[in-house]
Write a new protein. Structure first.
Length: 144
């Protein structure tokens, strides 16, 4: 069944035929990967986005986060979606194996993230900010 979020056919064309991402696997950094691993993480991203992000997109807009003076309240579906995203290891998609990442090429990691942006940009913003902060710490932070 075709996705209502993005065209997988177009994404595959861009990644595999136009950009030839599989050619990146000759580099030592990406030697553990293949077209099969790239496609598997794209499939995983599509499934999680469709099942856990898209269903509450409208509800997320209608019931915006609010601060009661002590804490921020969000709809419970956001927490559930973020847990599935994190448990799948997608926060570390482009990060090094040494820090628990998948060490995907940036182009593949960003293609995976397109599913989440298409499904629910409001919920997708949370892990993407976390990823940005983690990358900042990895690049400029100092150990303990």
């Amino acid at each position: 069944m075709a996705s209502l979020l993005l065209s997988r056919r177009d994404l595959d064309f861009l990644l595999h035929e136009w950009l030839d991402v599989e050619s990146l696997t000759v580099r030592p950094r990406f030697a553990d990967h293949s077209r099969d691993t790239f496609d598997a993480v794209l499939d995983l991203s599509e499934t999680i986005a469709a099942r856990h992000f898209a269903p509450h997109n409208k509800k997320n807009d209608v019931q915006e986060p609010h601060f009661d003076g002590e804490r921020v309240h969000i709809i419970p579906e956001v927490h559930e979606a973020l847990k599935v995203f994190a448990d799948a290891g997608l926060i570390g998609g482009g990060m090094d194996h040494e820090v628990g990442g998948m060490q995907l090429p940036s182009v593949v990691a960003n293609a995976c993230f397109a599913w989440f942006q298409a499904a629910n940009v409001g919920t997708a913003a949370y892990p993407f900010l976390t990823i940005g902060n983690a990358n900042l710490l990895l690049a400029h932070g100092t150990p303990g």
